[in-house]
Design a protein around this ligand. Structure first.
Ligand code: SF4
Ligand code: SF4
Length: 463
């Protein structure tokens, strides 16, 4: 049974929504830039394997890198042109990563090669999953997890609910909002395909109540033969986190270390669902996405359809450039986003928005010692102890963070950092701790394997 309208999760925060700059601005298509940069690592899982060479000519929509295994997706050219480089390039996560650079053909009509449009209704679930993987579809809400994997829950975990995440609780962003307002039929079509693929009878689209036009558009267009409910959600951050959304809509709590499928749900971002619809409408893979370009530091805030691989500098130029007082550029929103110092950094499949902040919105860099005020504990939606985790992170005690303080449950939502009066960058510290812990665990596993091998060799000698 659905929870009562207005029910919400415990804890969380209420940052200023700041969506007014773009929430009523229709989506426009950005012209093709002169050059695009397509990182082979744009999704969770293994990076794609490059299929092209320097000097190759490619058409819009051509596969330039193939999936490397099951938890991986291919990358496609988002514009026709010539491969001019394959090498290290700035990535939105701050690293340098292997990237295919394409000079876009100046007078090309950018018409993709003719392709088969799969007839979804005649396909088996396996064929739908294969088409979704082949189309390079990932979660467009930021995490970029390959969508086909979510469409294949183990047989012993039956799925009862398909939840569509239209919360878009991150301040400033209006990507999902405008998609729901302008393309509600596409959302329902994608939903229909996913429901059939998962064998699910009912779906709920969760939308925060600050988007009444999106709720109205989706409700108006629900097909008669689909059991779809549009549920208004209390405005609170991080309402769009999977675990929060599941709790609010179904009343079920995802236990520590478990996944949504363990409580009979699959959650998909509204943009990913619209992308699946497009694959079965046009046959085109994921080569462009809706991006909100906004903030007080950009001259013409916009919602744009941007070819994947378009560089930050080109996007900002198209939006009139920066204001004099622009102080920081963030990919994603101010709560979970990452600061971008390099104008060559490309928009990837997971880039939800470009937010340009001025000095008054940027948190002061100076930090102070923890004063044990407890605000971070009251803010954490998964009931962790960010204060203690922060002290352990500073001491490099990643194992203790994991074993005693459940670091793995941290969603890096930024609520604790947001409320901390000492400006301690808690969630950034937890992100680094997770990476460090992963490296430690990988090294330990490799060492253990090596020791076992040595023991086996010793044993063989003795024998
Ligand atoms: S970043 Fe992690 S610790 Fe901080 S509030 Fe979010 S879930 Fe809790
Ligand atoms: S909010 Fe900041 S200062 Fe307060 S207890 Fe948490 S880490 Fe310490």
């Amino acid at each position: 049974m659905l929870n009562l309208f207005g029910h919400t999760f415990r804890h969380g925060v209420h940052p200023p929504e700041s969506k007014g700059l773009t929430e009523h601005v229709p989506i426009r298509r950005m012209p093709f830039p002169d050059r695009i940069a397509l990182p082979l690592r744009q999704h969770a899982g293994k990076p794609a394997k490059c299929l092209v060479h320097k000097g190759d000519r490619v058409q819009r929509g051509d596969k330039i890198a193939e999936a490397d295994g099951y938890v991986s997706v291919p990358i496609h050219a988002s514009a026709a042109g010539t491969v001019v480089d394959i090498g290290w390039w700035p990535h939105p996560d701050g690293s340098m990563t292997e990237t295919v650079v394409i000079d876009v053909e100046e007078y090309s009509p950018q018409i993709p090669r003719p392709r088969m449009v799969p007839n979804w209704s005649g396909l088996t679930p396996d064929q739908v999953r294969a088409a979704v993987q082949d189309g390079g579809v990932v979660g467009l809400g930021g995490a970029a997890f390959p969508t086909h994997v979510k469409l294949a829950p183990p047989k012993d975990l039956p799925i009862e609910w398909l939840l569509v995440n239209g919360a878009e609780c991150e301040p400033y962003l209006t990507t999902d909002h405008r998609t729901m307002v302008e393309y509600p039929d596409r959302v329902h079509f994608g939903l229909r395909i996913m429901m059939q693929c998962l064998g699910v009878k009912r779906a709920v689209i969760g939308v925060e109540l600050n988007k009444p036009d999106a709720i109205a558009a989706l409700e108006r267009t629900i097909p008669d033969d689909l059991d779809v409910t549009v549920q208004g959600l209390t405005v609170k951050y991080p309402q769009g986190a999977e675990k929060m959304l599941i709790e609010v809509v179904t009343g079920r709590e995802v236990p520590s270390g478990k996944l949504p499928m363990h409580v009979g749900t699959v959650v998909q971002n509204v943009g990913s669902i619209a992308t699946i619809a497009e694959i079965f409408e046009t046959g085109l893979p994921l080569i462009e996405r809706v991006v909100t370009v906004t903030g007080p530091g950009v001259r013409k805030p916009s919602n744009l359809i941007v070819p994947v691989g378009t560089m930050l500098g080109d996007v900002l130029d198209y939006c009139g450039g920066l204001t004099e007082d622009a102080a920081e550029i963030v990919f994603g929103g101010p709560m979970m986003g990452s600061s971008q110092p390099d104008m060559r950094t490309p928009i990837t499949k997971g880039t939800t928005g470009v937010v340009v902040l001025t000095a008054s919105e940027v948190k002061p860099k100076r930090t102070y010692p923890c004063i044990k005020c407890g605000h971070c504990l009251e803010a954490c939606p998964v009931f962790l102890n960010p204060s203690q985790l922060g002290l352990l992170a500073q001491a490099g005690r990643y194992d203790v963070m994991q074993e005693r303080y459940h670091l793995q449950d941290c969603m890096l939502c930024g609520s604790c950092s947001y409320v901390c009066p000492s400006n301690i960058p808690l969630s950034q510290m937890f992100a680094l701790s997770k990476t460090a812990l992963r490296k430690q665990q990988t090294a330990a596993a490799a060492k253990e394997k090596e020791t076992e091998k040595e023991k086996e060799q010793e044993g063989a000698k003795v024998a």
